[in-house]
Design a binder for this molecule. Structure first.
Ligand SMILES: Cc1cc2nc3c(=O)[nH]c(=O)nc-3n(C[C@H](O)[C@H](O)[C@H](O)COP(=O)(O)OP(=O)(O)OC[C@H]3O[C@@H](n4cnc5c(N)ncnc54)[C@H](O)[C@@H]3O)c2cc1C
Length: 529
């Protein structure tokens, strides 16, 4: 293989693959270097939704979205942490990126998913979230990382109810049997990107970890990869290596969330952040990071390794006959709206000198176990032995290390509210997001049927810190200027285009958009030379 390319892309997730495809279509010669044995990173185990305001698919369906409304919404969600120029670039370029990758061969479709913050200026009920229909990736689907379980084959927007829908499980299991190559969700999106990259002859080298950047005459000029191999980048190195969620050391350094578990593959360890800062790259912290969720590892999903933390916020937490409590046995937010939980996890009690809501536990009863999905198992499947259980709430509390009287009192109050169909403490199910998905009464159910179950939930989040990139995706030096020849896209870059808040689809849309922007800037740089 030759050892020089116009563009060297570090990381084979959505952002890296999109960058490489765009660069290739713009006439640049590029390579993707992927550390893991399979392509896809966090993108491949994601749900695969992209949030793109004022897009042409919505317009064709009669939508009347505008860039102004999109901007208003992002500014609200961003909560003061957006970079106006990056946000403007995202708003202006994302619809074009969608068309670009559609024209390249990805059949995007509108998803019924909605804006999380229905109360925000510019919010819309639907029309901004897109995904890709499942498709048969055939043999090359094996080149892509897959999440545990069969659901990725059908993807979430295909059937309502998500993991709690028995029909979705039946369809996914049938697909696993009859069409083993079927890929939906993030695995489907990545498989389609891989198909496009292969079609363009882009080398996708797996098991190749980039260890450092090379710099020649003040310009990033290439990379040093596994085994000391030097690969020259004639135009640009694009860092698309994701965040640092799976690096305990960087998580300890940058995040203040005790008990953190990573929801990403083990290869996502902040390598790009380290290798760029070594040469003076600036970093940016997304303060008040609300891309924080609760979940737990299902040890059965990685019997000989570490399973990614499985998100509970759209599966167990909104289901009836469940609640989340802290060590005092008290609830602290509307469990059915995962964004209501996020700030409560950061809460600090100045007198007790503790975070009252971490650790916290999911509590449920037999009624949940009999009908709903736990830990990525089909609805109603037996609750695994690694989940604590007891015949009384007090005994369960003692076994988990929760205040027993506190939990018993909370359950009594919650059950009375559940029977009335209203959560007087936290308005469970009544957020705009919740109302769109559930009748509040369907998310409320008494916890009164033994056995009672409980499991510790862990915080998991998108990295708060990333490389500071400008509106052209160029990495900024600590002294302010763009670093010649260096770009950062996807989660490797700080989320300054969308700021503090979380909205499903921001990440993948940003990866696609800034990947295209980086490729264009590199191509125009070549023309200027
Ligand atoms: C369960 C779940 C559901 C999600 N759903 C959505 C959703 O629906 N929509 C959305 O927008 N976001 C979603 N997300 C978030 C989204 O998955 C990520 O934000 C996104 O995948 C980041 O893409 P990326 O390309 O930047 O990084 P990744 O996809 O993580 O790719 C980075 C790649 O770089 C590789 N790499 C790391 N270091 C090196 C190195 N030194 N050399 C070479 N390669 C390296 C990694 O192995 C990895 O493959 C979800 C996340 C999870 C966990």
């Amino acid at each position: 293989m030759k050892a020089g390319f116009d563009v060297v892309v570090i990381g084979g997730g959505c952002a890296g693959l999109a960058t490489a495809i765009a660069a290739s279509d713009l006439g640049l010669d590029c390579v993707v270097l992927e550390k893991a044995p399979k392509l896809g990173g966090g993108s491949a185990i994601s749900s695969g939704y992209l949030w793109i305001g004022a897009n042409h698919l919505d317009a064709a369906a009669g939508g009347t979205d505008t860039p102004e409304a999109v901007t208003d919404y992002i500014r609200y969600v961003g909560a003061g942490a957006v970079d106006e120029a990056r946000m403007a670039a995202f708003v202006a370029e994302a619809p074009g990126a969608l068309r670009f990758f559609e024209a390249a061969g990805i059949p995007f479709r509108l998803s019924p998913r909605i804006d999380h913050y229905g109360m925000a200026p510019g919010a819309r009920g639907a029309g901004r979230i897109v995904d890709t229909p499942p498709f048969d990736a055939g043999a090359f689907g094996d080149a892509v990382l897959l999440p545990a379980g069969p659901l990725f084959r059908v993807s979430g927007s295909t059937l309502p109810g998500g993991a709690n829908s028995p029909a979705l499980w039946a369809a996914a299991e049938a697909a696993a049997r009859d069409q083993p190559g079927l890929r939906g969700g993030g695995a489907g999106l990545v498989s389609r990107l891989v198909q496009l990259a292969i079609g363009r002859g882009i080398p996708l080298l797996t098991g190749v970890a980039v260890e450092r950047l090379t710099v020649t005459d003040g310009r990033v000029s290439g990379v040093v990869a596994t085994g000391g191999i030097i690969i020259e980048a004639r135009r640009a190195v694009v860092i698309a290596s994701g965040g640092y969620e799976s690096s305990p050391e960087l998580v300890d350094r940058f995040e203040a969330l005790p008990g953190w578990q990573s929801m990403f593959p083990g290869s996502v360890t902040g390598d790009g952040l380290v290798m760029a800062t070594e040469h003076g790259a600036a970093t940016q912290v997304i303060g008040n990071n609300l891309s924080v969720f609760l979940g737990f590892r299902n040890p059965d999903e990685a019997p000989s390794g570490v399973a990614p933390c499985r998100l509970s916020g759209t599966q167990e937490l909104p289901s009836p006959h469940t609640m989340v409590v802290n060590r005092h046995g008290r609830r602290f937010a509307d469990e059915s709206f995962f964004q209501a939980m996020a700030p409560a996890l950061h809460h600090f009690d100045v007198v007790a000198r503790e975070r009252p809501n971490l650790p916290c536990w999911l509590i449920f009863d037999r009624q949940f176990a009999d009908s709903f999905s736990f830990g990525g198992r089909p609805p109603g499947a037996a609750i695994p032995s690694w989940v604590q259980r007891a015949d009384s709430i007090e005994a369960l509390a003692r076994a988990l290390g929760i205040d027993a009287d506190g939990l018993a009192a909370t359950v009594r109050g919650f059950n009375a509210d559940a029977r009335d169909g209203v959560d007087r403490a936290f308005g469970r199910g009544q957020s705009a997001w919740g109302l769109n998905r559930y009748d509040p009464r369907t998310t409320l159910g008494a916890i009164d049927a033994p056995p009672f179950y409980g499991i510790r939930l862990h915080p998991t989040a998108l990295s708060s810190v990333g490389l500071l990139a400008d509106a052209k995706a160029r990495v900024r030096h600590v002294r302010g200027h763009p670093m010649a020849g260096l770009y950062a896209v996807g989660n490797a870059a700080a989320r300054t285009e969308t700021g503090s808040g979380y909205q499903t689809g921001f990440s993948l849309a940003s990866g696609l958009t800034f990947g295209l922007i980086a490729a264009r800037d590199t191509a125009s740089d070549r023309e200027a030379n």
